[in-house]
Design a protein around this ligand. Structure first.
Ligand SMILES: Nc1ncnc2c1ncn2[C@@H]1O[C@H](COP(=O)(O)OP(=O)(O)OP(=O)(O)O)[C@@H](O)[C@H]1O
Length: 798
């Protein structure tokens, strides 16, 4: 009954010891002495219970069976038994069976009740001198055991790195080293309190010891014979190989073999040594198995390495909530164990093993000092934190594993790892060939290679990139620009020389267009030796498409102006490009050609030299004429001169009616266009750029709409008078009053005079001296002197 009640009590307790018992607790805990055995180790008990043992001895003689209950009241403080249940005293009696006593005792120190069940048949009481001796030896043994337990428990905790999931089920460790020692001390003091042997506290297996009694019946014959022999000879030799001592505690052993109690210390010492060895062995086994379990997880993780790189999935890979496999010796099948051992010896997981060992060590070092003494819930929290921390470290170890190692792993070798990059395996090749199996250098296994196959270009696609002009092939590089009816490409010709290829598509049956492009070609050919005109290399007309191969420029002036649009105005820049532009126009005009469509986009920089392109609407001007008349109005309105926009009406005869809509263009028209470009460089937009659409054309044609020449720009920067003069002279409405290209090039803005302070001082001194000698200086004389000075300035080359 009592056993049953205790069993129920245990079931009610929070610590299920049987099936869910922690391996840690079972394997690494203190030796499994019965409560009574523990009590025997008590120093205090030695003092307090000598007499009681004697009495119990007497009682034990009457005990015949294990499960018979005896009733006796035992006063632990006085060492006496009361046969009556007093209730008020320190002892209470439960049942009347003499063979087994349940003692309710009170610690003298704290008066907490403790309950234990003992079988009085287990006790053999020797005489007092023997007991005195025994207890002294036990005392010394107890001291050494405390020290040993302390160190062992510290070691045990340091190695318990995989306990987190188990803790979720079992809660924190039940016995810390200090508690264990203290528990033994308390128990050994004979303070067998009610509740102290509750299964949730201290020693977990009082009943197991009773089970041991049952098991003791199966002791080996040889051991029995040995002890019989020794008993007979009254010379008890303790055999260190006592096999039953593991299942029987020392007292049980004494009882079973009717040994004198004086042998209790010897047997206890052997018992503890045996326990220690066993525990050590089991702990080693457990550690190995834990590592193997980790290795198996590593092996599994290879199949889902992608999850390692996903921080969100990191935690899911640790099966914290899953019931853990019991890592006892029997829980791992021999097959699995062999597999684990093989995996552990695999070079593939070597590095991770080393890392995991390091993690263990690190963790043990990282456990705060108070961990072992802290409250269970804190231990639990700490363990969980460490689990997370360790899971990261393990993944780090996994991440560092070289999955491309060429070793054929006995366990993992069957898994296919996609090779990323391997010294022994050539890197991925870009190839147009079909995928094929390639033997790696080691020749150990064939690996399917992933090959990137470039899509084959069709002949048409390939041909599109090449243009043949007069049997010379040019490869397109990039599009440079577009015109009204053309596209201009940067192309690569023979010898990798770069050219500009202008491709013009026109209506074959539009004679005027054909004639127009023929005219452009002729003009370009005429100007082919001019440095300021883009050079025509070759040309071909083929099926209504005209190809012009020209020297290639880098940027046109339009792109350059756009690039500088948000930069401060720099008159040196304006001066330089105005001069460059006029030099191009000078070449064209000197060749008797009117361009008619000058605009920034028609000037390109070829290796730093500005050149003029596109003579599409240019016309050769007979030497004796100033203007030519066009029948079509082509040009860019922003830069077109007013006279080019005003139609000349001939109404004199029908013959001349055909010539009604004709526009007068000449060299001054190109100067107007140049004036517009300079105006744009200074003010940011052409003179009539503020007008939109048709209004712009009307404004240009309307003499009442005057061009505004502000002497400063929007940011207040003053515009040099010489620049203003140039612009005004080029943008005169009257073509006859406009400067020629030569006059423009000779203007003060484009030919500034540079002087030094020294020169000015000298000039003034000379002028005063000259004036003091002369009674009167005429204007002619002043001009003559000025010209002389300017001439000398050029000689000075300031
Ligand atoms: N030889 C060249 N080097 C560099 N770029 C060029 C060359 N020829 C033309 N370009 C670029 O191509 C663009 C268009 O040139 P193109 O002279 O054909 O224009 P367009 O005068 O508008 O054409 P179209 O007169 O046929 O209407 C130019 O603005 C220029 O940027």
């Amino acid at each position: 009954m009592l056993n049953d009640s205790m069993g129920k009590e245990r079931k009610k307790g929070s610590q299920p010891h049987s099936s869910y018992d922690s391996d840690d607790e079972k394997i690494l805990g203190p030796p499994e002495l019965s409560n009574f055995g523990v009590a025997l180790l008590s120093e205090k008990e030695k003092e307090n219970h000598v007499e009681s043992y004697r009495r119990r001895d007497a009682l034990d003689h009457h005990s015949q069976k294990l499960n018979r209950f005896g009733s006796s009241n035992f006063d632990s403080s006085s060492g006496s038994f009361n046969q009556q249940a007093t209730g008020q005293t320190h002892v209470s009696v439960h049942s009347g069976e003499p063979s087994q006593s349940t003692m309710f005792a009170y610690f003298r120190s704290n008066q907490q009740p403790s309950i234990t069940t003992m079988n009085t048949n287990d006790i053999h009481i020797a005489d007092s001198s023997d007991l005195e001796k025994s207890f002294r030896r036990i005392k010394s043994m107890q001291q050494s055991m405390r020290e040993e337990l302390t160190s062992r428990h510290a070691e045990r905790r340091s190695k318990r790195f995989l306990k987190s999931s188990r803790m979720g089920v079992l809660g924190p460790a039940k016995r810390s080293a200090s508690n264990t020692v203290a528990g033994y001390s308390d128990l050994s003091a004979g303070n067998l309190e009610a509740g102290q042997f509750d299964t949730s506290e201290t020693e977990p297996k009082p009943n197991n010891n009773f089970d041991s009694f049952a098991q003791a019946k199966s002791y080996r014959k040889g051991d029995e014979a040995l002890f019989d022999r020794e008993k007979d000879s009254n010379s008890i030799l303790v055999d260190h190989s006592l096999s039953e001592l593991g299942t029987l505690n020392p007292v049980q052993y004494l009882k079973k073999y009717n040994l004198p109690s004086s042998e209790l210390p010897n047997i206890s010492r052997i018992y503890f040594e045996k326990q220690r060895e066993e525990n050590h062995h089991i702990a080693l086994q457990k550690h190995t198995i834990s590592r193997e379990a980790l290795n198996s997880r590593i092996a599994r993780s290879f199949s889902c390495t992608s999850s390692l790189n996903n921080p969100d999935r990191r935690e899911t890979s640790a099966p914290v909530s899953n019931p853990r496999r019991k890592l006892s010796d029997t829980s791992v099948s021999s097959t699995t164990k062999t597999a684990f051992l093989k995996a552990a010896s695999s070079p593939l997981v070597e590095s991770s093993l080393a890392k995991s060992t390091f993690v263990e060590q690190e963790k043990s070092q990282g456990v705060p000092f108070d961990f072992q003494h802290s409250k269970p819930e804190y231990q639990h929290t700490y363990a969980n934190q460490n689990t997370v921390k360790n899971s990261y470290k393990k993944r780090e170890a996994l991440a560092n594993i070289d999955v491309n190692r060429n070793n054929q792993d006995p366990i993992l070798g069957t898994k296919r790892f996609k090779p990323l990059e391997n010294k022994s395996i050539p890197a991925l090749r870009l190839s147009a060939s079909f995928p094929q199996e390639i033997n790696d250098d080691a020749g150990a296994r064939k690996t399917k290679r992933v090959e990137i196959i470039e899509p084959r270009k069709s002949q048409t696609q390939l041909r599109r990139n090449f243009i043949t002009v007069n049997d010379i092939e040019y490869e397109k590089i990039e599009l440079l620009g577009r015109g009204g009816s053309s596209k201009v490409y940067k192309v690569k010709g023979s010898g990798n020389k770069v050219f500009a290829l202008k491709r013009v598509v026109f209506d074959e049956f539009d004679d005027s267009s054909v004639d127009g492009f023929k005219g452009e070609i002729e003009l370009l050919k005429k100007l082919e030796n001019q440095k300021r005109v883009v050079k025509l290399i070759d040309y071909e007309m083929d099926h209504g498409v005209l190809f012009l191969i020209m020297e290639c420029g880098d940027h046109d002036l339009s792109q350059i102006l756009n690039q500088r649009s948000d930069m401060p105005l720099d008159f040196e820049f304006v001066r330089y490009y105005t001069r460059e532009m006029l030099k191009c126009v000078k070449v064209v005009h000197e060749s008797g050609i009117v361009h008619s469509d000058l605009k920034p986009a028609n000037f390109v920089l070829v290796k730093g030299v500005l050149k003029i392109i596109d003579f599409g609407i240019a016309n050769a001007v007979p030497d004796h004429t100033v203007n030519i008349y066009r029948e079509t109005q082509i040009g860019t309105p922003n830069y077109m001169a007013p006279e080019a926009l005003v139609a000349m009406n001939y109404t004199q005869s029908d013959e001349r009616k055909k010539q009604q809509n004709r526009w007068k263009v000449g060299k001054p028209s190109d100067i107007w266009s140049c004036g517009c470009i300079v105006y744009q460089m200074v003010y940011g937009r052409p003179p009539y750029g503020g007008f939109q659409g048709q209004n712009r054309l009307l404004a240009i044609m309307n003499p009442e709409v005057k061009i505004v020449f502000s002497d400063k720009i929007s940011n207040g920067q003053l515009i040099p008078r010489s620049a203003l003069d140039l612009m005004k002279a080029c943008l005169s409405r009257n073509p006859e009053k406009r400067w020629t290209v030569d006059e423009a090039l000779e203007c003060s803005f484009l030919k500034p005079v540079m002087v030094t302070p020294f020169f000015i001082r000298d000039l003034i001194k000379n002028a005063v001296k000259y004036g003091s000698d002369q009674k009167e200086v005429s204007d002619e004389k002043v001009n003559e002197l000025a010209d002389d000075v300017l001439t000398r300035l050029e000689d000075f080359r300031l």
